[in-house]
Design a protein around this ligand. Structure first.
Ligand code: CMC
Length: 431
């Protein structure tokens, strides 16, 4: 029998059941709290709120553990690839040969956008941020598909096709948004290329000449996608679940995820890290002055790429990316001064009592931007790369609540602290 939590309020004792996850994570189920007591819980920023039960991803932030469907991220990074991991995350198991062939076939089949969508790209100004274009165009795709427009949970006929469409087309839209922002002609995907190769082709080929696909570049970018594929109930995934809970369609929900991801505290951090490193480089600082500023709450600065709500240890993705960063820069024979600054910053922060006491370690974004720079990906595309990578996680979370017969609309409560009853004052009587 599970343990009960007891709560004493207004002289009465109330009992609530506890829940234990498969990895021993514990929660008090307060679903009946308001009905039983008249109270709600208040947890600004959701630091202690479990918003759902989920079977997709496990994180132990104190130990620095991340597993997709039980498989450690280190093992997947070494042995798998993004598309296989996408399948694992969405469908729950590693695919067998027939399953992966079918999945890859669907991705190829659905990589083209509706031709009329091309005209919408024309409407964005040159230099428009690709995250804005990505989010708008993912949502706009609903207008070109009858079933997305009239989406009905429980009656979606070909969910697997929409999964493939979204994973495949987010890459096409992302590449087009880059081409548009740079005034370049759009390049269509090619059947012969695999997922990540095709993305590089659509980004960098010209109508005259195909971009030379280097295996080390493909490997590094594929790894970045894989490491971003899911991360349980982060800001963007919670947003996707929130939107999905109203039974909005898959594309609309994913588009909301892109918006949530854009901010510098989340998926925009990789761009913010490079901007920070460039600023440090420009001012001739070796990082020490910046570390001092990041500790000063009045400076308005933070050490971007450091700290995490869940990890109070080294982010396991950051470890993998740091090593990949060294490897890819050496293979491409690139000597980036920003890498030296980043390593110096990391070393300085890891022995500084401010960062040590607060358990602030490098997160996934600290080194990923340096790799992407080395691959020739422009900075404004960094959060877009994150979004492409995170798509399987958003889809898996969408699927999880769509398939849960008990799922209901997400609707948190609040404690109102505004004015009490007030009266309308006619315009002429106002001061
Ligand atoms: N630089 C300096 N101080 C920091 C930093 C940082 N990067 N991160 C946290 N702190 C301080 C914070 O000011 C607070 O200090 P105090 O206790 O004196 O008030 C303490 O550390 C605890 O931080 P918090 O504000 O409670 O942390 P949070 O869980 O609310 O925020 C975070 C997590 C990731 C938003 C934050 O650490 C941050 O802003 N980091 C920089 C942005 C970043 O790298 N974001 C990418 C996150 S990983 C990718 C993803 O999943 O999105």
């Amino acid at each position: 029998m599970s343990k009960e939590a007891k709560l004493e309020l207004d002289g009465k004792t109330f009992s609530f059941p506890t829940v234990e996850g498969s990895e021993g994570e514990k929660a008090v189920d307060i679903s009946s709290l308001r009905a039983d007591t008249g109270y709600i819980t208040l947890d600004d920023g959701y630091g202690n709120t479990g918003s759902c039960v989920s079977k997709i991803t496990f994180i132990d932030g104190d130990k620095g553990i991340l597993r997709y469907r039980g498989i450690p991220i280190e093992e997947l990074a070494e042995k798998s690839n993004f598309i296989e991991v996408a399948y694992l995350i969405i469908y729950g198991n590693l695919p067998n040969r027939a399953q992966i062939e079918n999945f890859s076939g669907l991705l190829t089949e659905h990589s083209f956008l509706h031709e009329d969508m091309k005209f919408h790209f024309e409407g964005f100004p040159a230099g428009g941020h690709p995250m804005a274009i990505l989010s708008a165009m993912i949502n706009a795709a609903s207008c070109f598909d009858e079933e997305l427009m009239h989406w009905q949970w429980g009656k979606v006929k070909q969910f697997d096709v929409y999964v493939a469409k979204l994973i495949s087309q987010v890459r096409t839209i992302a590449a087009y948004s880059y081409r548009k922002a740079h005034g370049l002609p759009l390049i269509y995907p090619k059947k012969a290329y695999k997922y990540t190769e095709n993305f590089l082709h659509m980004l960098f080929s010209s109508p005259y000449e195909d971009y030379e696909i280097k295996p080390e570049v493909v490997k590094a970018l594929d790894l970045i996608f894989l490491l971003h594929a899911d991360h349980e109930q982060n800001c963007s995934t919670s947003t996707v679940r929130m939107v999905a809970s109203s039974q909005a369609n898959l594309f609309a929900s994913a588009s909301a995820g892109v918006c949530a991801l854009w901010g510098p505290l989340h998926g925009g951090a990789n761009q913010a890290v490079i901007e920070m490193l460039q600023e440090i480089h420009k001012t001739g600082d070796d990082g020490s002055k910046f570390v001092a500023a990041a500790k000063d709450k009045n400076s308005g600065k933070k050490l971007m790429g450091f700290g995490h709500r869940v990890y109070k240890n080294y982010d396991p993705r950051a470890k993998i990316i740091k090593q990949a960063c060294d490897e890819v820069l050496s293979k491409l024979q690139i000597n980036d001064p920003l890498l030296d600054i980043a390593k110096h910053l990391e070393a300085a922060a890891l022995k500084d009592s401010y960062f040590v006491e607060r358990k602030l370690y490098p997160n996934v974004d600290f080194y990923s931007g340096i790799i992407m720079r080395a691959l020739g990906i422009p900075m404004e595309m960094f959060p877009v790369i994150f979004a492409i990578g995170r798509m399987p996680g958003w889809i898996a979370n969408y699927k999880e609540i769509m398939e849960d017969p008990k799922s209901r609309i997400n609707r948190p409560r609040q404690i109102y602290i505004g004015r009490t009853l007030n009266s309308y004052v006619p315009l002429d009587d106002r001061k």
